[in-house]
Design a protein around this ligand. Sequence first.
Ligand code: G
Ligand code: G
Ligand code: MN
Ligand code: NA
Length: 253
Amino acid sequence: LELRQDVFSALERRQFVLFYQPQVSAVNGAVVGAEALLRWEHPRLGLLAPDLFLPMLEGSPAITAVGAWVCEEACRQAREWELLGYRLRMAVNVSPRQLTDENLPPLLKNLVNRYDLDPECIKLEVTESMLMQDIDKAAAVLRSLQRDGFRIALDDFGTGYSNLSYLRTLPITAIKIDRSFVREIEQDRRCLDIVNGVIAFAKSLKLDVICEGIETELQKEAIRSTGCDVLQGYLIGKPMRSDDFRALLLAQT
Ligand code: G
Ligand code: G
Ligand code: MN
Ligand code: NA
């Protein structure tokens, strides 16, 4: 209850922060991207994950302001890394409300111009359930983003209905295989079979594939054997503060 009151002033109090989780090449382990993940530094309760507060904002106009802040902060950070010599792909999660907001494409276009970024470096992560809420509006927003050169990933792939028609009709450039397939990969042979199958059809559609939720070496090796391009998970790196992410970049050889 108290959270619900505080969350509406968190933005102006500058209590939101983005954490970044590394995404690495499955071939050579180089950091190729980051997923921006929102956190709320609550003055008394400490660091709060988005599941605790984003649902309270969704459905209110405040979600638009928070979403815009996330986009700007992610672009600012991508530019900072570029100036350090690292051209990374920045993945940004969008909310259902943003995905049907016709102002999202111009907002992002303005940001990449302002921060002198290639729109190819920004990847919006959307889920199937978001697309389903208002497919016509979402499709229009995605097509506009595609025209501007942004990339779009289908997050949590393999959960939900996995309606493959979205891959044909929408400008999706990547899929993120859901971590539920990775979690059981050592115990359940079918998980590996499914991942292999998804990779094969994703490649034939010329989609990039990211596997998330990799927590153990065995999972990593199993996923690498499938030919997946990019790996993400606690084994590779937990979501971290910008300072720690920079240290990770600088420690690479
Ligand atoms: O970071 P964590 O694993 O706690 O994220 C929990 C959920 O919140 C995930 O589904 C993630 O996609 C979502 N999420 C994280 N950051 C953002 C954000 O900036 N905007 C939106 N809309 N969702 C986010
Ligand atoms: O729904 P989405 O894929 O955007 O969720 C991202 C969330 O997944 C983040 O909150 C992040 O903290 C979490 N996450 C990232 N890597 C791992 C992992 O290896 N294991 C688990 N259990 N969660 C992870
Ligand atoms: Mn995501
Ligand atoms: Na996901």
